[in-house]
Design a protein around this ligand. Structure first.
Ligand SMILES: Cc1cc2nc3c(=O)[nH]c(=O)nc-3n(C[C@H](O)[C@H](O)[C@H](O)COP(=O)(O)O)c2cc1C
Length: 326
Protein backbone atom coordinates (compact mmCIF):
# COMPACT_ATOMS: atom_id res chain seq x y z
CA UNK A 1 0.00 0.00 0.00
CA UNK A 2 1.18 3.54 -0.77
CA UNK A 3 -0.42 6.94 -0.55
CA UNK A 4 -1.12 10.08 -2.54
CA UNK A 5 -1.61 12.55 0.30
CA UNK A 6 -4.23 10.86 2.47
CA UNK A 7 -5.53 8.62 -0.34
CA UNK A 8 -4.54 5.01 0.25
CA UNK A 9 -3.58 3.23 -2.95
CA UNK A 10 -3.73 -0.53 -3.46
CA UNK A 11 -2.06 -1.73 -6.63
CA UNK A 12 0.83 -0.49 -8.67
CA UNK A 13 -0.64 0.59 -12.01
CA UNK A 14 -1.28 4.24 -12.73
CA UNK A 15 -3.15 4.86 -15.99
CA UNK A 16 -1.05 7.56 -17.69
CA UNK A 17 -2.44 10.86 -18.82
CA UNK A 18 -2.54 10.88 -22.63
CA UNK A 19 -4.05 13.87 -24.40
CA UNK A 20 -6.65 12.72 -26.93
CA UNK A 21 -6.67 9.17 -25.52
CA UNK A 22 -7.20 8.90 -21.75
CA UNK A 23 -10.69 10.41 -21.77
CA UNK A 24 -13.27 9.45 -19.16
CA UNK A 25 -14.63 6.62 -21.34
CA UNK A 26 -11.13 5.23 -21.82
CA UNK A 27 -10.53 5.38 -18.08
CA UNK A 28 -13.84 3.67 -17.26
CA UNK A 29 -13.12 0.83 -19.68
CA UNK A 30 -9.70 0.18 -18.14
CA UNK A 31 -10.91 0.17 -14.55
CA UNK A 32 -11.70 -3.52 -14.28
CA UNK A 33 -8.25 -4.57 -15.44
CA UNK A 34 -6.77 -3.30 -12.19
CA UNK A 35 -5.92 0.37 -12.54
CA UNK A 36 -4.99 1.73 -9.10
CA UNK A 37 -4.88 5.45 -10.00
CA UNK A 38 -6.34 7.40 -12.92
CA UNK A 39 -5.05 10.68 -14.35
CA UNK A 40 -7.04 12.79 -16.82
CA UNK A 41 -5.84 14.20 -20.09
CA UNK A 42 -4.04 17.50 -19.56
CA UNK A 43 -6.28 20.51 -19.12
CA UNK A 44 -5.21 24.10 -19.81
CA UNK A 45 -5.32 26.52 -16.89
CA UNK A 46 -6.25 29.32 -19.30
CA UNK A 47 -8.96 27.19 -20.89
CA UNK A 48 -10.55 26.82 -17.46
CA UNK A 49 -10.14 30.47 -16.54
CA UNK A 50 -11.61 31.68 -19.86
CA UNK A 51 -14.46 29.20 -19.70
CA UNK A 52 -13.50 27.31 -22.84
CA UNK A 53 -16.25 24.77 -23.67
CA UNK A 54 -13.86 22.07 -24.88
CA UNK A 55 -11.85 22.40 -21.67
CA UNK A 56 -15.01 21.92 -19.62
CA UNK A 57 -15.64 18.55 -21.24
CA UNK A 58 -12.27 17.34 -19.94
CA UNK A 59 -13.13 18.40 -16.41
CA UNK A 60 -16.57 16.80 -16.20
CA UNK A 61 -16.27 13.13 -15.38
CA UNK A 62 -17.96 10.57 -13.17
CA UNK A 63 -16.53 9.20 -9.97
CA UNK A 64 -13.72 6.74 -10.55
CA UNK A 65 -11.58 6.55 -7.46
CA UNK A 66 -8.99 7.97 -7.30
CA UNK A 67 -8.78 10.29 -10.30
CA UNK A 68 -6.33 13.16 -10.68
CA UNK A 69 -7.06 16.12 -12.93
CA UNK A 70 -3.91 17.09 -14.76
CA UNK A 71 -3.40 20.82 -15.27
CA UNK A 72 -0.90 22.55 -17.50
CA UNK A 73 0.15 26.14 -17.30
CA UNK A 74 3.13 28.29 -16.47
CA UNK A 75 2.25 30.57 -13.59
CA UNK A 76 1.48 29.81 -9.94
CA UNK A 77 -1.42 32.29 -9.92
CA UNK A 78 -3.27 30.97 -12.98
CA UNK A 79 -2.70 27.36 -11.95
CA UNK A 80 -4.22 28.11 -8.56
CA UNK A 81 -7.23 29.84 -10.14
CA UNK A 82 -7.71 26.92 -12.52
CA UNK A 83 -7.62 24.40 -9.66
CA UNK A 84 -10.29 26.34 -7.76
CA UNK A 85 -12.54 26.50 -10.84
CA UNK A 86 -12.06 22.80 -11.59
CA UNK A 87 -12.80 21.74 -8.04
CA UNK A 88 -16.04 23.74 -8.06
CA UNK A 89 -17.03 22.25 -11.42
CA UNK A 90 -16.40 18.64 -10.45
CA UNK A 91 -16.53 17.13 -6.97
CA UNK A 92 -15.16 13.86 -8.35
CA UNK A 93 -11.61 15.19 -8.63
CA UNK A 94 -9.53 13.42 -5.98
CA UNK A 95 -6.21 15.16 -6.58
CA UNK A 96 -4.46 17.55 -8.97
CA UNK A 97 -1.48 16.64 -11.11
CA UNK A 98 0.76 19.26 -12.71
CA UNK A 99 2.17 18.63 -16.17
CA UNK A 100 5.90 19.38 -16.16
CA UNK A 101 6.76 17.00 -18.99
CA UNK A 102 4.80 17.81 -22.13
CA UNK A 103 7.28 18.35 -24.99
CA UNK A 104 4.87 19.83 -27.56
CA UNK A 105 6.06 23.29 -28.75
CA UNK A 106 2.57 24.78 -28.44
CA UNK A 107 2.79 24.01 -24.71
CA UNK A 108 6.51 24.61 -24.05
CA UNK A 109 6.55 27.92 -25.96
CA UNK A 110 4.12 29.32 -23.40
CA UNK A 111 6.47 28.27 -20.60
CA UNK A 112 4.34 25.25 -19.58
CA UNK A 113 4.94 21.48 -19.72
CA UNK A 114 8.57 20.40 -19.80
CA UNK A 115 9.89 23.95 -20.09
CA UNK A 116 8.97 24.38 -16.40
CA UNK A 117 11.89 22.11 -15.61
CA UNK A 118 14.26 24.86 -16.75
CA UNK A 119 13.19 26.67 -13.59
CA UNK A 120 13.03 24.23 -10.63
CA UNK A 121 12.03 26.99 -8.19
CA UNK A 122 8.99 27.82 -10.35
CA UNK A 123 8.01 24.12 -10.32
CA UNK A 124 7.88 24.29 -6.53
CA UNK A 125 6.01 27.61 -6.53
CA UNK A 126 3.26 26.15 -8.72
CA UNK A 127 2.74 23.23 -6.35
CA UNK A 128 2.76 25.59 -3.34
CA UNK A 129 0.23 27.87 -4.98
CA UNK A 130 -2.24 25.09 -5.84
CA UNK A 131 -1.84 23.62 -2.35
CA UNK A 132 -2.67 26.96 -0.78
CA UNK A 133 -6.07 26.89 -2.50
CA UNK A 134 -7.21 23.31 -2.10
CA UNK A 135 -7.07 20.57 0.50
CA UNK A 136 -6.70 17.93 -2.24
CA UNK A 137 -3.32 16.27 -2.78
CA UNK A 138 -1.15 17.72 -5.57
CA UNK A 139 1.25 15.62 -7.64
CA UNK A 140 3.64 16.44 -10.47
CA UNK A 141 4.75 14.67 -13.64
CA UNK A 142 8.26 15.50 -14.77
CA UNK A 143 10.96 14.29 -17.20
CA UNK A 144 14.71 13.81 -16.70
CA UNK A 145 15.35 17.38 -17.83
CA UNK A 146 15.25 19.47 -21.00
CA UNK A 147 18.06 17.71 -22.86
CA UNK A 148 21.12 15.56 -22.25
CA UNK A 149 23.19 18.47 -21.06
CA UNK A 150 20.59 19.72 -18.58
CA UNK A 151 19.46 16.65 -16.69
CA UNK A 152 18.12 18.15 -13.45
CA UNK A 153 15.33 15.89 -12.21
CA UNK A 154 16.94 15.56 -8.77
CA UNK A 155 16.96 19.30 -8.28
CA UNK A 156 13.36 19.56 -9.48
CA UNK A 157 12.30 16.71 -7.19
CA UNK A 158 13.88 18.48 -4.19
CA UNK A 159 12.02 21.74 -5.00
CA UNK A 160 8.75 19.84 -5.42
CA UNK A 161 9.24 18.05 -2.11
CA UNK A 162 9.99 21.31 -0.32
CA UNK A 163 6.75 22.69 -1.73
CA UNK A 164 4.76 19.79 -0.29
CA UNK A 165 4.13 17.73 -3.40
CA UNK A 166 2.27 14.47 -2.60
CA UNK A 167 3.80 12.18 -5.25
CA UNK A 168 5.97 12.51 -8.33
CA UNK A 169 5.78 10.69 -11.65
CA UNK A 170 8.87 10.73 -13.82
CA UNK A 171 9.02 9.92 -17.53
CA UNK A 172 12.57 8.61 -17.92
CA UNK A 173 13.35 10.64 -21.05
CA UNK A 174 14.43 14.22 -21.67
CA UNK A 175 12.19 16.74 -23.41
CA UNK A 176 14.43 16.50 -26.46
CA UNK A 177 13.87 12.74 -26.71
CA UNK A 178 10.11 13.23 -26.98
CA UNK A 179 8.72 9.65 -26.91
CA UNK A 180 11.57 8.00 -28.80
CA UNK A 181 14.26 5.49 -27.90
CA UNK A 182 14.88 3.61 -24.69
CA UNK A 183 13.94 5.37 -21.45
CA UNK A 184 16.87 5.86 -19.05
CA UNK A 185 15.83 3.92 -15.97
CA UNK A 186 19.52 3.21 -15.39
CA UNK A 187 19.93 6.88 -14.39
CA UNK A 188 17.15 6.47 -11.84
CA UNK A 189 18.74 3.66 -9.85
CA UNK A 190 17.32 3.59 -6.30
CA UNK A 191 15.69 6.96 -6.90
CA UNK A 192 12.84 6.19 -4.49
CA UNK A 193 15.30 5.86 -1.58
CA UNK A 194 16.41 9.44 -2.21
CA UNK A 195 12.85 10.76 -2.07
CA UNK A 196 10.38 11.56 0.70
CA UNK A 197 7.21 11.06 -1.40
CA UNK A 198 5.89 8.20 -3.56
CA UNK A 199 7.45 7.71 -6.98
CA UNK A 200 5.71 6.60 -10.18
CA UNK A 201 7.87 5.74 -13.20
CA UNK A 202 6.99 6.02 -16.87
CA UNK A 203 8.60 5.08 -20.18
CA UNK A 204 8.13 2.13 -22.55
CA UNK A 205 6.07 -0.01 -20.21
CA UNK A 206 4.91 -2.50 -22.85
CA UNK A 207 5.21 -5.81 -20.99
CA UNK A 208 5.08 -7.15 -17.44
CA UNK A 209 8.86 -7.55 -17.58
CA UNK A 210 9.25 -3.86 -18.49
CA UNK A 211 7.23 -2.96 -15.39
CA UNK A 212 9.17 -5.32 -13.11
CA UNK A 213 12.48 -3.97 -14.41
CA UNK A 214 11.47 -0.31 -13.97
CA UNK A 215 10.25 -0.95 -10.41
CA UNK A 216 13.28 -3.05 -9.47
CA UNK A 217 15.77 -0.46 -10.68
CA UNK A 218 14.09 2.62 -9.28
CA UNK A 219 12.27 1.24 -6.22
CA UNK A 220 9.15 3.02 -7.49
CA UNK A 221 5.78 2.60 -5.83
CA UNK A 222 4.02 2.24 -9.19
CA UNK A 223 4.43 2.29 -12.96
CA UNK A 224 2.49 4.30 -15.50
CA UNK A 225 0.88 2.39 -18.33
CA UNK A 226 0.69 4.69 -21.36
CA UNK A 227 1.14 3.57 -25.00
CA UNK A 228 1.64 -0.03 -23.91
CA UNK A 229 -1.94 -0.21 -22.65
CA UNK A 230 -3.48 1.13 -25.86
CA UNK A 231 -5.07 -1.94 -27.43
CA UNK A 232 -3.67 -4.12 -24.65
CA UNK A 233 -5.66 -3.67 -21.44
CA UNK A 234 -4.47 -7.10 -20.32
CA UNK A 235 -1.07 -5.50 -19.64
CA UNK A 236 -2.67 -3.68 -16.70
CA UNK A 237 -4.08 -6.95 -15.40
CA UNK A 238 -0.71 -8.66 -15.82
CA UNK A 239 1.10 -6.01 -13.78
CA UNK A 240 -1.66 -5.75 -11.18
CA UNK A 241 -1.97 -9.52 -10.69
CA UNK A 242 1.77 -9.98 -10.44
CA UNK A 243 2.16 -7.41 -7.68
CA UNK A 244 -1.06 -8.29 -5.86
CA UNK A 245 -0.94 -12.10 -6.01
CA UNK A 246 2.41 -13.05 -7.57
CA UNK A 247 0.46 -14.43 -10.55
CA UNK A 248 1.63 -14.26 -14.15
CA UNK A 249 -1.36 -13.93 -16.48
CA UNK A 250 -1.29 -14.99 -20.14
CA UNK A 251 -1.71 -12.38 -22.88
CA UNK A 252 -5.26 -12.03 -24.23
CA UNK A 253 -6.47 -14.32 -27.03
CA UNK A 254 -7.61 -12.91 -30.38
CA UNK A 255 -11.22 -13.52 -29.35
CA UNK A 256 -10.73 -11.51 -26.16
CA UNK A 257 -9.04 -8.72 -28.11
CA UNK A 258 -12.01 -8.53 -30.51
CA UNK A 259 -14.40 -8.30 -27.54
CA UNK A 260 -12.28 -5.63 -25.80
CA UNK A 261 -12.04 -3.65 -29.02
CA UNK A 262 -15.83 -3.40 -29.30
CA UNK A 263 -16.27 -2.82 -25.59
CA UNK A 264 -13.91 0.18 -25.51
CA UNK A 265 -15.60 1.57 -28.64
CA UNK A 266 -18.93 1.47 -26.79
CA UNK A 267 -17.50 3.37 -23.82
CA UNK A 268 -16.15 6.05 -26.17
CA UNK A 269 -19.43 6.26 -28.12
CA UNK A 270 -21.32 6.70 -24.84
CA UNK A 271 -18.90 9.48 -23.89
CA UNK A 272 -18.35 11.34 -27.16
CA UNK A 273 -21.12 10.30 -29.55
CA UNK A 274 -20.60 7.87 -32.42
CA UNK A 275 -18.99 10.10 -35.03
CA UNK A 276 -16.31 11.69 -32.83
CA UNK A 277 -15.67 8.43 -30.98
CA UNK A 278 -15.00 6.59 -34.24
CA UNK A 279 -12.65 9.32 -35.44
CA UNK A 280 -10.62 9.00 -32.20
CA UNK A 281 -10.82 5.22 -32.42
CA UNK A 282 -8.92 5.05 -35.71
CA UNK A 283 -5.69 5.52 -33.76
CA UNK A 284 -6.63 3.03 -31.02
CA UNK A 285 -8.59 0.15 -32.63
CA UNK A 286 -5.74 -1.20 -34.85
CA UNK A 287 -3.55 -1.61 -31.76
CA UNK A 288 -5.79 -4.41 -30.46
CA UNK A 289 -4.45 -6.53 -33.32
CA UNK A 290 -0.71 -5.89 -32.96
CA UNK A 291 1.14 -9.18 -32.99
CA UNK A 292 -1.67 -11.16 -34.63
CA UNK A 293 -0.15 -12.18 -37.96
CA UNK A 294 -3.49 -12.76 -39.67
CA UNK A 295 -4.81 -9.30 -38.91
CA UNK A 296 -2.47 -6.99 -40.83
CA UNK A 297 -4.93 -5.99 -43.54
CA UNK A 298 -7.66 -5.39 -40.98
CA UNK A 299 -5.43 -3.00 -39.04
CA UNK A 300 -5.17 -0.79 -42.12
CA UNK A 301 -8.93 -0.98 -42.63
CA UNK A 302 -9.54 0.03 -39.00
CA UNK A 303 -7.61 3.23 -39.74
CA UNK A 304 -9.26 4.04 -43.07
CA UNK A 305 -12.81 2.65 -42.85
CA UNK A 306 -13.95 3.44 -39.33
CA UNK A 307 -16.93 5.79 -39.62
CA UNK A 308 -19.58 4.17 -37.44
CA UNK A 309 -20.10 1.41 -34.88
CA UNK A 310 -21.56 -0.65 -37.72
CA UNK A 311 -18.36 -0.34 -39.76
CA UNK A 312 -16.34 -1.46 -36.72
CA UNK A 313 -18.59 -4.46 -36.08
CA UNK A 314 -18.34 -5.39 -39.77
CA UNK A 315 -14.54 -5.50 -39.70
CA UNK A 316 -14.48 -7.37 -36.38
CA UNK A 317 -16.88 -9.97 -37.83
CA UNK A 318 -14.55 -10.49 -40.79
CA UNK A 319 -11.60 -11.01 -38.42
CA UNK A 320 -13.64 -13.60 -36.53
CA UNK A 321 -14.65 -15.41 -39.70
CA UNK A 322 -11.13 -15.59 -41.06
CA UNK A 323 -9.84 -16.92 -37.75
CA UNK A 324 -12.71 -19.37 -37.13
CA UNK A 325 -13.92 -17.57 -34.02
CA UNK A 326 -17.63 -17.57 -33.29
C1 LIG B 1 -0.58 10.45 -27.35
C2 LIG B 1 0.08 10.79 -26.04
C3 LIG B 1 -0.43 11.82 -25.27
C4 LIG B 1 0.16 12.16 -24.05
N1 LIG B 1 -0.39 13.13 -23.28
C5 LIG B 1 0.13 13.42 -22.05
C6 LIG B 1 -0.48 14.37 -21.20
O1 LIG B 1 -1.53 14.96 -21.51
N2 LIG B 1 0.11 14.62 -20.00
C7 LIG B 1 1.26 13.97 -19.60
O2 LIG B 1 1.75 14.22 -18.51
N3 LIG B 1 1.85 13.05 -20.39
C8 LIG B 1 1.30 12.75 -21.59
N4 LIG B 1 1.88 11.77 -22.37
C9 LIG B 1 3.05 11.02 -21.85
C10 LIG B 1 2.63 9.69 -21.20
O3 LIG B 1 1.85 9.89 -20.05
C11 LIG B 1 3.87 8.83 -20.86
O4 LIG B 1 4.61 9.46 -19.85
C12 LIG B 1 4.77 8.61 -22.06
O5 LIG B 1 4.01 8.19 -23.18
C13 LIG B 1 5.86 7.58 -21.77
O6 LIG B 1 5.32 6.31 -21.55
P1 LIG B 1 5.33 5.15 -22.70
O7 LIG B 1 6.71 5.19 -23.32
O8 LIG B 1 5.06 3.89 -21.91
O9 LIG B 1 4.26 5.50 -23.67
C14 LIG B 1 1.31 11.44 -23.60
C15 LIG B 1 1.83 10.41 -24.38
C16 LIG B 1 1.23 10.09 -25.59
C17 LIG B 1 1.82 8.95 -26.40
Amino acid sequence: MWKIGNIEIEGRVVLAPMAGITSSGYRLFNKRFGVAVFVSEMVSDMGLIYDNKQTETYVKFDKLFPTGLQLFGSSPETMKKAAIIAQKANKNIDFFDVNMGCPVPKVTNSGAGSSLMKNPKLCGDIIRSIKSATSLPVTAKIRLGWDNSSINYLEVIKELEKAGVDAIAIHARTRKELYLGEPHFDLLKDLRSKMSVPLIVSGNIFTLDDAIRAINITGADAVMVARGGMGNPTLIKQIDSYYRHGEKIEPASLKEQIDYCLELADYLIEEKGESLAMRVYRSIAPKFFNGFANCKKYKTRLVTELVSRKSLVGILEEIKKENNIN
